[in-house]
Design a protein around this ligand. Structure first.
Ligand code: UD2
Length: 295
């Protein structure tokens, strides 16, 4: 700690924060008092200045297995335009087709790290396998190279700023299809044979597994948890209804995230954008499942 750290933000100009005005059409705080982030609830200039002081190293873990390498170009290109611009970012790309990883011009302080993984015959093994391969890679490599880690689906494109306002100890993103529905309609795992089981009558939100993040060690714990729970399920010949997403939802229910992001942080090109989504920051692409998946 140095006195200099206090003075770094002097001269940064931004609108005065108000105690009276802000978003009134949505709730911007959870019932455990964590921020629920929407456009209009933060000033990017202020947020960036806060996190720039730390200059964190941010890891993005994406999987591009089989035909999914075709999504890398748009993901990386738009990521360079909108994801954590001005911050140090490493994209960890897990793939079985290194030769298909495109050459993209990256901004200063930004890199790509390629990791080999085997091909899969079932798409379920790819999505669940993410928890296994990410656990191993964090242990061996990423732990020494990053302060924050995001797990993301590769079949997505950034359309707008996705910045430091998303950083937190553990950050979950509300699934766009469930952010206004009763908890009993959440597609949690309802079979009590699975380790992902959540009974009716419980639940805060339904979170997507396509974007989530946090401090490296907190993410490691959570990724490993999802891996271990799915291994237990496999021993019992059961696979959770939404694979790692089911385990993730259970973890978040009993270990509350310290920040929750609105569905701005993962919308979908399949769906119209309602009035409360003022900006789509990243969106899942329309894809032909039958064509891109292994079977
Ligand atoms: C949903 C979730 C996803 C995961 C999955 C589990 C959304 C937007 N996404 O995605 O996070 O929970 O359901 O059922 O809600 N992948 C490959 N090769 C493959 C298959 C998958 O690389 O052959 C990777 C790739 O990074 C992809 C991700 O796994 O983005 C998720 O797979 P998906 O896009 O096929 O799954 P989807 O869209 O049903």
């Amino acid at each position: 700690w140095k006195i200099g750290d206090l003075t770094m933000n002097y001269g940064v100009k931004y609108a005065q924060p108000s105690t009276q005005q802000g978003r009134t059409d949505v709730n911007s705080v959870t019932n455990w008092n964590a921020p629920l982030v929407w456009e209009g609830t933060f000033d990017p200039v202020v947020i960036d200045a806060i996190y720039k002081k730390m200059d964190p190293r941010i890891a993005v873990v994406v999987f591009a297995v089989g035909k999914y390498t075709r999504f890398l170009e748009a993901f990386l290109q738009t990521g360079e335009k909108y994801f954590m611009v001005g911050f140090r970012v490493t994209y960890y790309i897990f793939t079985d087709h290194k030769e298909e990883v495109p050459n993209i011009d990256l901004g200063e302080g930004r890199k790509i790290s390629l990791l080999d993984i085997p091909s899969a015959t079932r798409w379920q093994d790819v999505v669940l396998g993410r928890m296994k391969w990410a656990s191993i890679a964090i242990d061996k490599q990423i732990r020494n190279e990053a302060d924050y880690l995001f797990m993301m689906d590769v079949d997505s494109v950034f359309y707008s700023r996705f910045g430091a306002e998303s950083l937190s100890r553990l950050t979950g993103v509300l699934h766009r299809l469930f952010y206004k529905v009763d908890r009993d309609q959440f597609t949690y795992e309802r079979r009590n044979l699975s380790r992902a089981f959540i009974p009716f009558g419980e639940g805060d939100y339904y979170y997507t597994a396509a974007v989530w993040g946090g401090y490296l060690e907190d993410m490691y714990k959570m990724v490993k948890y999802c891996y271990m729970q799915s291994e237990e399920d496999a021993k019992n010949n059961i696979e959770a209804v939404w694979q790692e997403e089911s385990h993730l939802n259970k973890y978040f229910l009993y270990n509350k995230p310290t920040k929750v992001l609105s569905p701005e942080y993962l919308w979908s090109d399949y769906d119209q954008v309602p009035a409360d989504i003022k900006v789509v920051r990243i969106s899942q692409l329309v894809k032909n499942y039958a064509e891109v998946r292994p079977n």
